[in-house]
Design a protein around this ligand. Structure first.
Ligand code: MN
Ligand code: MN
Ligand code: MN
Length: 283
């Protein structure tokens, strides 16, 4: 049996609901043995998460989910087992976070132009290390402007809507180098969520591998069996290790529970082996 592993989680240092310590406490209840914190473009929660993991006897990997651009599309790369004090990776994150804050301010202006309280709607977002549009969507929902955060994206924040501001992201090879340069392994995040053909996904995976990528997420909460099969096929074809995670953001989303128990697909090397970690022996 494989131990419970979760290598993709978010805290309130980005768009997660829980503090790093509360996230780890929840992982402990879920009997997770190996946990990575992978907030969007920030390592700010890693120290607190590591300390909490030590307390709970959970093995911790410092991680980050870096946003990048590939062929005009937004792609996410998870960096695992990075040195969270690496100066270059910290500088990379810092420059992305500056751009993220600038984007949030531009969105605030557009909301204000539309006679919405732009400044107050982005207040919460600008208080966290890594502000995201999800923060604004939640604030719009809390203010009663939209029935759900998704409505905020559909009506205001998405491309083509009044408050849309395009993100400026580094390219794929740059973020992969950022991860490997900090001693980590770069993992292509949630391949099933990119709305591209199988051929384009193969091309993305090939370029990711070429750039120094080492893993691909083959098992995530909410991944359909067919999507998991496609990811496993990519892992085998491009000799990438298989990673597992929940992409946990908040306890109120029961379809993304913390801690995954799926076995890796046949013929896929577990990323734990790549990292030289043994997490076998628990059921
Ligand atoms: Mn997120
Ligand atoms: Mn993502
Ligand atoms: Mn994520």
């Amino acid at each position: 049996m494989t131990a419970r592993v979760d290598l993709h989680t978010h805290s309130d240092c980005s768009d997660g609901a829980l503090t790093p310590a509360a996230l780890v406490a929840r992982a402990a209840v879920r009997e997770v043995a190996l946990l990575a914190l992978t907030d969007h473009d920030t390592l700010a929660g890693c120290a607190a998460a590591r300390a909490a993991c030590e307390e709970h006897g959970i093995r911790f990997l410092a991680g980050v989910e870096l946003t990048c651009e590939w062929q005009g599309r937004t792609v996410h790369v998870v960096g695992l087992a990075v040195n969270d004090a690496d100066p270059q990776l910290l500088a990379h994150c810092s420059s992305i976070l500056t751009q993220r804050r600038e984007r949030i301010r531009q969105i605030a202006s557009r909301l204000s132009v539309a006679k919405l309280p732009g400044e107050s709607l982005v207040e919460q977002a600008l208080r966290v290390p890594s502000p995201t549009r999800t923060h604004i969507a939640r604030a719009m929902c809390a203010a009663g402007l939209v029935p759900t955060p998704q409505h905020a994206f559909d009506r205001w924040l998405n491309r083509g809507q009044p408050a849309y501001v395009a993100g400026q992201w580094p390219d794929l090879a740059t973020v992969v180098r950022g991860v490997t340069g900090a001693g980590g392994i770069a993992v292509l995040a949630h391949p099933h969520r990119y709305k591209v053909s199988n051929g384009v996904l193969r091309q993305l995976t090939a370029e990711f591998r070429e750039a120094g990528g080492g893993g691909i997420e083959v098992s995530l909460a909410g991944m359909a069996p067919a999507a998991a099969d496609r990811a496993a096929t990519l892992a085998r074809r491009f000799d990438l290790s298989g990673s597992i995670g929940s992409d946990f953001h908040e306890p109120d989303l029961p379809w993304r529970p913390l801690g995954r128990f799926d076995k890796l697909p046949e013929g896929v090397r577990p990323i734990t082996a790549h990292l030289g970690l043994s997490v076998e022996g628990r059921s």
